[in-house]
Design a protein around this ligand. Structure first.
Ligand code: SAM
Ligand code: SF4
Length: 348
């Protein structure tokens, strides 16, 4: 299908778009890409408004049992200094974030069974009962029973990126696991009533624009409420340290096409995009993004949550981080969301 016909079809009815249609858009030349960015920005404005939802992320443990080839937290990385935050420290960090106006706390870690379901449930329950915030968990794969316990404790959302829609690439990148297993966990989360975030990296070795088109179509078919789409940033302490990684234009194009296909999806301007380009988050907010996720982990731990080098915003306290975001948004004629920023589909 030609670019023009694919664009007409996607704008008219994203639900019927095929991988071929999406591929036609992802292959656009520079001039057509600019048009996609403008269209994505106006679709974002029409469907999601000018509010940008701020989710404060607390990276509470850098221990991980897994060995994902791309990630600095992988168990095989002996260089990384590991840390685990105490439950009281996690709750205090959430309180600090809520104190500067953040309405969603994201608790993220490596896949770390040291934190039992009961311990995590107590943390979630304490945050939910004492602070006026939504809670998102991003803990990797956990058994259904654990996910049930977290949900009962008050967790609102769960972030589990599918990473890549190519099952062969997935199995290579995440040894010992399968895409099917990850997708099954996403279905379980949906069944349990979580708002679910998924997403993928752009620029993985062996990935093509057809793979990326499959990523976007998969996000639609999973009916997720949020998608984190960011560049793969090579980490020298991992087996993929010498890879090229994702670039800004490719990432913005995937983001813009995702917005056209999925107008009511929450789409963050990712930290990884802000890491490979100083203006990355601003550019993403102009190409369909409506969420931003500042790091509110206590400063003494941040450098040891080294997924990839040079993470954007790593030296800022929560208050300074929020102020920087406010300046950015004011400058762009946008504003910080005042509510929890639940998914409009979920609310409906
Ligand atoms: N362990 C949990 C999991 O895997 O879902 C959550 C933590 S993990 C560090 C969060 C996300 O970091 C992953 O979903 C992956 O997309 C991203 N990530 C890991 N390594 C990366 C890299 N080198 N470049 C960009 N993103 C990366
Ligand atoms: Fe562990 Fe998640 Fe990193 Fe994989 S992506 S190594 S599961 S922290």
């Amino acid at each position: 299908m030609s670019y023009e016909n694919a664009l007409k079809k996607i704008i008219k009815d994203g639900k019927s778009a095929t991988v071929g249609d999406v591929t036609a858009l992802l292959g656009a030349d520079a001039k057509k890409r600019s048009l996609l960015y403008e269209l994505a920005d106006s679709v974002r404005s029409d469907f999601m408004g000018d509010e940008v939802h701020v989710r404060g992320i607390i990276e509470f443990s850098s221990f991980c049992s897994e060995n994902c080839l791309y990630c600095g937290l992988r168990a095989g990385n002996r260089v990384l200094q590991r840390y685990r935050m105490e439950p009281g420290e996690i709750i205090a960090a959430a309180r600090d974030a809520a104190g500067v106006g953040i309405k969603t706390i994201v608790l993220q870690s490596g896949q770390d069974v040291y934190y039992t379901a009961d311990v995590l449930a107590r943390i979630v329950s304490e945050i939910k009962s004492s602070l006026d915030v939504a809670v998102t968990l991003s803990l990797g794969l956990r058994p259904r029973g654990d996910l049930e316990v977290f949900r009962k404790a008050g967790a609102d959302r769960y972030l589990l990126k599918h990473e890549t829609a190519d099952p062969v690439l997935f199995a290579w990148l995440r040894p010992g696991t399968t895409l099917k297993e990850r997708l099954n966990c996403i279905y379980t989360l949906k069944e349990l009533g979580y708002q679910v975030g998924s997403g993928n990296m752009v620029g993985l070795p062996g990935q093509t624009i057809v793979t990326l088109a499959r990523d976007i179509v998969l996000l639609r078919d999973l009916k997720v409420e949020m998608a984190g789409i960011g560049p793969f940033v090579p980490n020298p302490d991992t087996p993929l340290g010498n890879s090229v990684g994702g670039d800004v234009e490719a990432t913005l194009t995937v983001l813009a096409v995702a917005r056209l296909l999925l107008p009511r999806l929450h789409l963050p301007a990712t930290t990884s995009l802000g890491t490979i380009h100083k203006q990355g988050r601003r550019m993403a907010l102009k190409c369909g993004a409506n969420v931003i996720m500042p790091n509110v982990t206590p400063l003494q731990y941040r450098r040891n949550y080294a997924i990839y080098p040079g993470k954007a915003g790593r030296e800022l306290e929560p208050g300074a981080n929020v102020r920087e975001i406010q300046y950015l948004l004011e400058d762009m004629g946008r504003r910080m969301g005042e509510g929890y920023g639940h998914s409009p589909d979920y609310m409906a």
